[in-house]
Design a binder for this molecule. Sequence first.
Ligand SMILES: NC(=O)c1ccc[n+]([C@@H]2O[C@H](COP(=O)([O-])OP(=O)(O)OC[C@H]3O[C@@H](n4cnc5c(N)ncnc54)[C@H](O)[C@@H]3O)[C@@H](O)[C@H]2O)c1
Length: 383
Amino acid sequence: MSKVKLGIIGLGNMGQVHCKLVSSLADFELTAVADHVSERCAKMQARYKVTAFDSGAKLIASGSCDAVLIATPHYDHTRLGCQALRRGCHVMIEKPISVDKLDALRLVKAHDNPRQIFAAMFNQRTHPAYQQLRHWIQSGEFGAVRRVQWTITDWFRTQAYYDSGDWRATWAGEGGGVLLNQCPHQLDLICWLFGLPVSLYSQCSFGKYHHLEVEDEVTCLLNFEQGATGVFTTTTGEAPGINRLEIAFDEGLVIYDSRDDFITSIRNEKSVTQAIRENAAFEKPATTEVRLPVGGDGGQHRAILANFAAAILRGETLISPTSDGLRSVELANAMLLSGWTRKAVNLPISARGYRTRLAHKISGSTFERNVRTAGVVDMDDSF
Ligand SMILES: NC(=O)c1ccc[n+]([C@@H]2O[C@H](COP(=O)([O-])OP(=O)(O)OC[C@H]3O[C@@H](n4cnc5c(N)ncnc54)[C@H](O)[C@@H]3O)[C@@H](O)[C@H]2O)c1
């Protein structure tokens, strides 16, 4: 195989961006697209001279693609992903890999042929800032992680955004709100950097800033295995908002604020553990501050797609294998579970128990979605 024949399923905001990106990558040949909305198919068919199908299932069954990219609403990720794997395709799946842990387990289990490449679109893993932080954590550059604080409140969304698709922001259509749509990236990065927390307690607000039934504000306390603690705060109802990650280590403090093109690192000349033991009553350890330039965004979606093709064609190691996506689904589910029950939750959670609660949310929903605009919301095409 010299090029990967790719089919894209779901031609909304993200699917259209993906069509453009893969068309610019030499390792791909975009051969097919699929969407229930015929105008979207026609538009992509005319632009990229591809075969179009009116459903993802038909595209997969056609056998016309070596690989498929699934960019549909969340509940279809599991079903289409399993179908594509059974058909022998390589698969790239948009985040979140599934809505709940039970589906995520089913999806990951369906990948039983290691020759099939199965990747997830966790594009923020390519960002040099997060790569640097991961390197420091793994190499022990600043000693053990003691505390983490991530404030990610720059996911601002308007009511028009939520009303732009009838699947959005309902338990039945999307399976959650900010935790399932915007934050899978940060939840994945939390697990990638620090591991899955062992317990958490969250306060979730449902429809606090928008007319919707799912969570649009969350503050969560986290406990990690090695004793580190964390606070994670997110919302789609704040502007300008901020994306600021602060990591307190035994030997310093590291801060990344996405508005800056540098990471601030403040190194303790003596570890906190040692200083507590040895120093005078109020004597903090001396510090040295360094601002490390970040430089670019690491390629994001384009880099993940290029890596997917390189994994298929040349055996390159995947940046974001789908099996990793299980943890961010579990974390999102656990945060919601804690928000619903107002109780601390230990991880891992019961997949069946969570499914039962989600099913109650769906069956008990009285939310009437008033879809005022049905069309593709304008998104920044630049990423
Ligand atoms: N990685 C990122 O940065 C990023 C950004 C935005 C969205 N996303 C993800 O991309 C996915 C799609 O989001 P979106 O904003 O593009 O949604 P969207 O509503 O704009 O588009 C979804 C499209 O899928 C089509 N569709 C639904 N079921 C289908 C099926 N069975 N077969 C074929 N087509 C089907 C719909 O008709 C629609 O055109 C979601 O998983 C979302 O979380 C990822």
